[in-house]
Design a protein around this ligand. Structure first.
Ligand code: NAD
Length: 505
């Protein structure tokens, strides 16, 4: 634990946050605002404009106008790419300030918030490069036809994002949507609106034309809902809870919108007896306690082969007890404060449920000396049966369930025995088993003998209740563009002739 008396509050915090529509900061049409809390004291530290349908209408109109009449969709990829690289440069040059604000607003440890700010810059750089390198298919039918793909931006993209690593996750949608020539309306999470408000200044400085980026703050059921239901928003990229995804899916259905959904997870980390146990313990500790456990790809269920189970649990619990909980702004902190008291209560209620479902071997509530703020001690339950709620349900906090298994088949059944299918981590030195298990596990992404180390070219997304569609690399480009097929006849027109029956008789 770190010393809680060390309290760093960023200088020049804004007292209020507005929308950003058509290149200008504006209040809500009805003047409404909502409170934003900071997770260490749960004090209200700013007011954010509470957007409703009328504000979304204005933002969509600005984005639509920029799409239909502005330069952005018509620029060459290289020209857009230059702006995106400037955005990346600006984010990089401000990484410390971004991290400071993000950590203050979300409770993420400062060192991890810094990593996320740099990753946001990298997302822009990656898609800036990708659109320049982009090639599209051409198909020849020799002597007869030439067919090619004309890739086009779609229009106004609605981007709806969650509160975990907010700035980075926004960049994961903003960068490909903008790189491909769309205009956007971003609706960030209401728990953490601070870092999203910084995009406007960054984009202006980088030379993004007014109206291309629009931001509407507000509650999901109001601003988010209006965006999903807006007839002039043909595609929605959403990251958040699976239950919210279901609501959005239904609300988008009457409009037949393009949807990309990155949803919840309950990812297994499977440790076989032949694994490098040191590496597996380190990785599975990091895998669930990094980012406060508020991580969609967290390895929140650890399945361990019986032969090493007791040793693993003992070592794991000892190490979990040494994970440093502390003020998010303290560079020594490994687990900070959970984002919001509502979320804190949810995580704490799962810990109480866990006490009746498994054997508590570390943590189990507030860490000692942290009587206020949303602090949760890294919590480990062993001997958790697969029927347990803490095995089945996403907790999204620093809580892990450990379960033994005897055979590879049993491990696979346990790994697949939940409604989610986002990520899986497999620890074994048996090459055949690593690959057969990876290919059989129901997960969108698998890491073998590795933590969650992303390669931005690979598909990102989940199966089952964890998502719909994939983003990452060219899959993001595909989501944010129409691929129109254009066919040209070469030589003589090849026509079956209709309507000339009389003539030939
Ligand atoms: P959430 O679903 O509560 O909210 C996400 C966003 O949706 C917010 O901006 C919210 O305001 C908005 N929203 C809520 N109701 C809405 C509605 N009816 N219509 C339109 N928008 C609405 O999720 P959260 O609690 O902010 O985030 C945590 C969840 O996100 C976890 O389940 C986590 O696993 C998931 N997540 C998934 C990924 C991934 O890539 N798969 C990444 C990060 C987080």
């Amino acid at each position: 634990m770190t010393d809680q008396t060390i309290r760093h509050v960023p200088a020049d915090l804004p007292g209020r946050i507005q929308h950003y529509i058509g290149g200008a900061f504006v209040d809500s049409v009805d003047g409404d605002t909502f409170d934003v809390l900071e997770p260490v004291t749960n004090d209200v530290y700013l007011q954010a404009a509470a957007g409703k349908a009328a504000d979304v209408d204005l933002a969509v109109a600005a984005a639509r106008d920029a799409f239909l009449t502005g330069p952005w969709p018509r620029l060459l990829p290289r020209e857009r790419s230059r702006v995106l690289h400037r955005i990346a440069d600006l984010v990089e040059s401000r990484d410390a300030r971004l991290a400071e604000l993000e950590s203050f607003d979300s409770g993420l440890p400062i060192t991890q918030a810094l990593g996320q700010a740099r990753r946001a810059a990298e997302n822009f750089r990656f898609f800036a490069d990708l659109v320049v390198a982009q090639s599209d298919d051409t198909f020849k039918v020799p002597g007869r036809q030439l067919n090619y793909v004309n890739r086009k931006p779609i229009g106004v993209a609605g981007l709806i994002t969650p509160w975990n690593t907010p700035f980075m996750l926004e960049s994961w949608k903003l960068a490909p949507a903008l790189a491909t020539g769309n205009t956007v309306v971003l609706k960030p999470a209401e728990f953490t609106p601070l870092s999203a408000s910084l995009w406007a200044g960054i984009f202006e400085e980088a030379g993004l034309p007014a109206g291309v980026f629009n931001l509407v703050n507000g509650l999901g059921e109001e601003a988010g809902d209006a965006l999903v239901k807006h007839p002039d928003v043909p595609l929605i990229s959403f990251t958040g809870e699976s239950s919210t995804g279901q609501v959005i899916f239904a609300n988008a259905a009457p409009h037949l919108k393009g949807l990309s959904m990155e949803l919840g997870g309950k990812s297994p980390a499977v440790v076989f007896a032949d694994a490098d146990l040191d590496a597996a313990v380190d990785a599975t500790i990091f895998g669930v306690f990094s980012l406060n456990g508020e991580r969609c790809t967290a390895g929140s269920r650890i399945l361990v082969e019986r032969a090493v189970y007791e040793e693993f649990v003992e070592r794991y619990a000892e190490q979990a007890k040494r994970v440093v909980v502390g003020d998010p702004q303290d560079p020594r902190t490994e687990v900070g404060a959970l984002v919001h008291p509502e979320h804190f209560d949810k995580v704490m209620s799962y810990i109480e449920i866990g006490r009746t479902e498994g054997r508590l071997v570390a943590g189990g509530g507030r860490p000692e000396g942290f009587d206020t703020g949303n602090y949760v001690a890294p919590t480990v339950f062993a001997d958790v049966p697969s029927s347990a709620r803490i095995f089945q349900e996403e907790i999204f906090g620093p809580v892990v369930a450990i379960t033994p298994f005897d055979t590879e088949e049993e491990a696979l059944a346990l790994a697949n025995g939940v409604r989610y299918g986002l990520a899986a981590y497999v620890w074994t030195n048996d090459l055949r088993r690593a690959h057969t298990f990876a290919q059989a596990v129901e997960a969108g992404m698998v890491w073998l003998n590795s933590n969650n180390v992303r390669d931005l070219r690979t598909p990102f997304g989940g199966v089952k209740a964890s998502g719909l569609g994939h983003e990452g690399g060219y899959r993001s480009i595909d989501f944010y563009t129409d691929q129109q097929a254009v066919h040209i006849t070469l030589g003589a027109a090849h026509n079956p002739t209709f309507g000339k029956a009389e003539e030939s008789r």
